[in-house]
Design a protein around this ligand. Structure first.
Ligand SMILES: NC(=O)c1ccc[n+]([C@@H]2O[C@H](COP(=O)([O-])OP(=O)(O)OC[C@H]3O[C@@H](n4cnc5c(N)ncnc54)[C@H](O)[C@@H]3O)[C@@H](O)[C@H]2O)c1
Length: 338
């Protein structure tokens, strides 16, 4: 018999809304509360998903002992405070990437989580995506020999709104972090150095935040492998997420542009549709990562994506940002090699 885990979701914006919908549908979860700084958003989602407890004040949730788990999907700049309070009030935690905006905060959270023994899963959903998951299993089984090169492409159809950029940590911390995490996972090795470049090609306002809308990071692994990750806000055509792993005996391609598996044939030629944005591309992954989170909470076991993974991916992202800003290759500290 599994218990229904009473859960609160913080932040009901572009992604948090979908987490709330998924929680409301998962068999062994109960969406007990929703919280957004914008009370109208909280009220609207509460009404839609038939939740009686909605608030703009996170403390009301931390003080409620009947709530066992929290999902943090508010802006990254708010994660540190919410994580601390969630850990101190002994909730099981699912937190969106990036864990926090800086490494000191991330390490403080890691120490608190380890001390309190909270379950804490970080939202690197690509690990649960059926295509990335199948690729990982084939690589681990040796089907392409020894993996020697990773290539990641993460292109958004447009820039997020300015307030998001201001609280996001910039493109390396917000976007490339997904590729750094999945690269560690697929290549089964730690990234040891990064060398990054970037440009502002379409959205001049990102300069205010020392950010870019197009970037490329080259990196090396402890195994001797290498890789690169492109991040872009400029894919006007749609949401374009792909990866490739080259091995000594073959390669694996992950992802394609198609949304629905159809081709339209007319005298003008053959066309297909394109994935519009992240909720469509990762619809299965966002559900599967939460299904697994509730399994972990019920079993009181260890998540597949730990707080340590969150710290490591953040460290690599911050090093990439530093490399772009200084124009120099950055060797990762010993921390990443633990
Ligand atoms: N895993 C992914 O693919 C993915 C995709 C998008 C966003 N994210 C992450 O999710 C988080 C949210 O991103 P988003 O795009 O949904 O942002 P968003 O700006 O669309 O929404 C954020 C929401 O949080 C609310 N909010 C602000 N401060 C709050 C607080 N202290 N407590 C509760 N609510 C608060 C805002 O009112 C807003 O409704 C970020 O950390 C982002 O990096 C991850």
């Amino acid at each position: 018999m599994t218990n229904k885990i009473r859960t609160a979701v913080f932040g009901l914006g572009r992604l948090g809304y979908w987490h709330a919908v998924n929680v409301s549908r998962i068999r062994n979860a109960e969406l007990a509360a929703v919280c957004d700084m914008n009370l109208e958003s909280a009220q609207r989602v509460a009404k839609e998903l038939e939740v009686s407890f909605y608030t703009a004040n996170p403390d009301e949730i931390f003080q409620d002992d009947s709530i066992q788990a929290v999902i943090i999907a508010s802006p990254t700049s708010t994660h540190f405070d919410l994580l601390k309070k969630a850990a101190e009030s002994r909730k099981a935690i699912f937190v969106e990437k990036p864990l926090t905006l800086n490494l000191d905060e991330a390490l403080e959270i890691q120490a608190i989580i380890e001390k309190n023994k909270n379950i804490c899963q970080v939202g690197f959903m690509r690990r649960f995506d059926p295509a990335y998951d199948a690729a990982q299993k084939r690589i681990a089984a040796g089907d392409i020999g020894k993996p020697i090169y990773f290539r990641g492409i993460s292109r958004d159809p447009q820039s997020p709104h300015e307030a998001f950029i201001a609280h996001s940590g910039g493109i390396f911390v917000d976007v490339s972090i997904h590729d750094f995490d999945i690269a560690r996972y697929l290549m089964n090795s730690e990234i040891t150095s990064v060398n990054a470049n970037g440009s502002v090609l379409k959205y001049p306002f990102v300069k205010k935040y020392s950010d870019v809308d197009q970037s490329l990071t080259y990196f090396e692994f402890a195994s001797g492998a290498a890789g690169d990750a492109e991040a872009s806000r400029n894919a006007y055509y749609g949401y374009d997420i792909r990866a490739e792993v080259i091995g000594t005996e073959g390669s694996i391609f992950i992802g394609n542009l198609r949304h629905h598996d159809i081709h339209i044939l007319t005298k003008a030629g053959v066309t297909h549709d394109i994935l519009p944005d992240f909720p469509e591309r990762f619809v299965d992954a966002y559900n599967l990562e939460l299904v697994d989170f509730y399994r972990v909470v019920n079993e009181n076991s260890t998540p597949r994506v730990t707080v340590n993974d969150g710290v490591k991916a953040l460290e690599i992202s911050l090093a990439a940002r530093e490399s772009y800003q200084t124009g120099r290759k950055v060797e990762l500290s010993k921390l990443a090699l633990r």
